[in-house]
Design a protein around this ligand. Structure first.
Ligand SMILES: Cc1cc2nc3c(=O)[nH]c(=O)nc-3n(C[C@H](O)[C@H](O)[C@H](O)COP(=O)(O)OP(=O)(O)OC[C@H]3O[C@@H](n4cnc5c(N)ncnc54)[C@H](O)[C@@H]3O)c2cc1C
Length: 309
């Protein structure tokens, strides 16, 4: 119930205005977001890389309804990738892109515009010597995102995609995408989805996550295990061992600000541990999904509201 309400609120302009204007929000957002500006994203990347972790940066934004804004987001990624190259961070830091931020939902030629903007970002990543992963949004975008990924992979074979274990289709998608050279980030899924397309309860989602992991770990691609769940992390490690994968043939990923000690433990044990690091002003949707995931995050927020609001 609570998760559904928060995910619905994540798309409500009225709630957005209220949350954004509430002063303590900003202190809480800082836990999950590097800052508003590019230099803050780069500086947080430097700190994470110095601690032995790798990074995937997200220039925050989604659901863009304006072609200029979509092009502006692509330009922001180009600047970011130049900065990663110039600071010598590109070997350890890639970028994550939401196609809805670069035009996928525009009413006229949305997919074409998103493809062209994503292509610019991929070219900038290639020039910098790093990679791109396409984030996955709600299930209405899955086919379009995978189709755009297929087109881009013809020129940029290292392009990564995200699959969401809660979707009933995902085990089959994992099979399709487990071939040599493919990079797949497997996560549980963060959106409110109907029962017709997605498993609803935690147990069913966890079981689906393990099935997806089994396919990816047995395949020839590079699985990116995106979860904070101790059980999923343990099972991923066991599956890697059973499939005789060494630590360079898959990686763990977690979100910035979540379980940092576990991130360091995994990195210090010799694994590749990549942190998803968002920066930028459009933090609202991202922040609300993090609140929806974990009641403790919400309690913290509500306590701040009660004492200061
Ligand atoms: C790198 C990365 C990229 C992602 N990209 C996408 C994407 O493109 N599309 C998408 O839909 N979703 C994405 N997600 C979000 C993802 O789908 C989940 O919503 C999110 O990761 C929560 O699921 P979980 O696997 O961590 O497990 P959950 O079921 O949320 O948590 C399971 C357990 O993990 C531990 N845990 C979780 N959070 C915390 C915490 N804050 N502190 C301490 N312990 C905690 C607890 O033990 C908890 O019981 C991404 C997640 C990551 C890590």
């Amino acid at each position: 119930m609570l998760r559904s309400a928060l995910l619905a609120a994540s798309r409500s302009p009225q709630v957005r205005t209220m949350v954004e204007k509430f002063p303590p929000t900003h202190a809480i957002v800082e836990r999950f977001v590097a800052g508003d500006r590019l230099d803050q994203g780069v500086s947080a990347t430097e700190t994470l890389v110095a601690s032995g972790r790798k990074v995937t940066l997200d220039h925050l934004g989604e659901d863009t309804k304006d072609a200029d804004q979509a092009a502006g987001t692509a330009l922001a990624y180009e600047h970011l990738l130049t900065a990663l190259k110039d600071t010598g961070l590109a070997a350890d830091a890639e970028v994550s892109v939401k196609l809805s931020a670069v035009g996928q939902f525009l009413p006229v030629d949305g997919e074409k515009i998103a493809l062209e903007n994503a292509r610019r970002i991929c070219q900038a990543a290639a020039d910098a010597g790093t990679t791109v992963t396409l984030d996955m949004e709600d299930h209405t975008t899955t086919d379009s995102t995978l189709a755009i990924a297929r087109e881009l992979r013809a020129d940029f074979p290292w392009l990564g995609v995200v699959l969401q274990a809660y979707l009933r289709r995902t085990e089959a998608d994992c099979r399709d995408l487990s071939g040599a050279g493919s990079r797949v980030r497997i996560c549980k899924g963060a959106y409110k989805e109907p029962e017709s397309v997605a498993f609803q309860g935690k147990r069913d989602v966890d079981l689906a996550y393990v099935r997806a992991l089994k396919v990816l770990m047995a395949g020839e691609g590079y699985p990116m295990v995106a979860s904070h769940d101790p059980n999923m992390i343990k099972i991923a490690g066991q599956l890697a061992e059973w499939n005789k994968r060494d630590t360079t043939s898959f990686e763990y990923q977690m979100l910035f600000g979540i379980r940092p000690e576990e991130q360091l433990r995994l990195a210090e044990a010799g694994n590749t541990m990549r942190v998803y690091l968002p920066y930028g002003q459009e933090w609202y949707g991202y922040f609300m999904r993090r609140l929806a995931e974990r009641p403790a995050n919400l309690t913290f927020f509500l306590r701040a509201m009660a004492t200061r609001g």
